[in-house]
Design a protein around this ligand. Sequence first.
Ligand code: UTP
Length: 594
Amino acid sequence: MDVTTLTRNEPEQELIQKLLDAGQEHLFADWDAPGIQDEAKAAFLATLTRIDSSYPGGLTGYITNARTLLAEARKGGNPFDGFVPHQPNTVSLTTFDANYDHYEALGKNHFGQTAIVLVAGGLGERLGYPGIKLDIPVEVTETTAYLAHYAANLKAMEARMQTPRPVPFIIMVSEDTDSKTRAALETNNYFGLKKEQIHILKQELVPAIADNDGHLALKEKYKLVLKPHGHGDVHLLLHTSGLAARLEQQGIEHLVFIQDTNGQVFNAVPAAVGASVEKGFNFNSIAVNRIPGEAVGGLAKLVKGDTELTLNVEYNQLDPLLRATVSPEGDVPNEQGFSMFPGNINVLVIQVASYVKILERTRGIIAEFVNPKYADETKTTFKSPTRLETMMQDLPKLFGPNEKVGVSVFDRAWSFSANKNNIVDAAAKAATGGTPESAATAEADFYLAGRTKVTAAGMTVTDAATESILDIPIVPGPRVILRPSFALTLDEVRAKISGGSIAGNATLVLGGKEISLENVDISDGSALVIHACDGAKVTVKDLKVDNAGFELTPLTAEEMESADTPEYLKLRGYLIENRGAQIVKFTEPGEYTL
Ligand code: UTP
């Protein structure tokens, strides 16, 4: 084929030649004569060029990797063959004891050497929200979006440093989330963060593969089938952008990877970072107790001869592995009702120095895999085109004996509650005893974590009765929100709150550094909200709060249908309205008593 007849652009000619040499003639067969479909051809070549430059090793590298992985997949075989699972190197942080305080304090001292990486390129198909997930409010008492909440945590980290410096905030987006994420940041003035501390990295789709020979799939003439490559792209982008290496040069020692909808994640960050620092973990997974059978990977140390690897074992691989090795009954509950191995929530603390070396060695391509659905057992054809994928938790697959992998286990609602499922699917999960992971349960867990904090400080908390809204059970209160500006560690909560009580459907919101509460009683249904600016010292002592508070009201069928009801309320099936809450705002520095 004479490539000069296809395009006059020399780099495009070179790329076409490379693809022809790589057996991709079908992409350029039957090209129309010049003047016909020129725009479609140009767009096609632009797509090929873009992918060629974004994937390390280019498109032909991708095709080579695909052929290798497809050949391995065809052979079948069990990746865990001969490996025996053992308990990983675990730091237990499920109880709030002196040990917990120790790790929190260590982590807090390390905020100046920590950066936050948020992976937010996912489509959120299961949730079906029309916008980006980061724009959804984590709670609708004050209506704070996930992104605003995360940014507030970064600001609070900065406020706790001896020598304040901006916490680098890396956000991975995709074509689906890029413009809306940027718009959310811009219209909110970066939520008080500095524009320069935010680094947006955009993941590209990868071409789908039609067969075992690695032919790129065409949707139609001049159009590739493109699919997401997975959240492991974050490693690739941190490498290709040079950002990981730059952060290391700037003195960043740990990167904390978080997900788009987890309102509680920063509760665990200080102690998890502390555990990484003290134990010298190169990779530390934040984990929770796992219910047997649930769709959450298990973290295990796999041992075969001299080889030891601490890895996330996907939930569908865990049961067969256990049956073949340590548990003939498979993934069954232990005495506490939990799975033998802690559950991976994909919140990772990665030590930068060893990370940068691995990125250089692998060019950022971390443990790619392929999962073709074959048409039959001859494994010669696929039901539909497949693609290479990568998952961010697979980094330890590339570790050697000198890299240390650990697991920090936290209480579940304290550290993790995602908003992933639409109302119908969430209700179905609830009906079968699963975790609904909906907007309503994420919000309820957010308040539960707040209650956990005030309980730890000695406040008496009486929970509201469980309520079912659209067949999703939640405990609607008390609704406690301690803003990150108020407290980032348990130690801070204990120093600022003592005694008092809160009950039922009451609400307590505290935002501001210098608020203290002593013997404050908030009766069922009442609400106290205090926001204090920097320099406003607010002392609340022996106060009885008794008012009409906030009311959580289910939406009517009509409201659920109405175009006037915001989508983020429809995701939950209720709204929260102010019926007479005591809301106090201090906007001038000074000393105040309530
Ligand atoms: P999820 O498992 O929640 O997937 O991703 P999702 O793609 O957002 O949702 P569904 O499956 O379509 O319903 C876990 C985290 O990884 C990010 C998500 O944004 C979320 O924070 N992610 C996922 C990416 O950044 N890129 C991807 O390609 C996939």
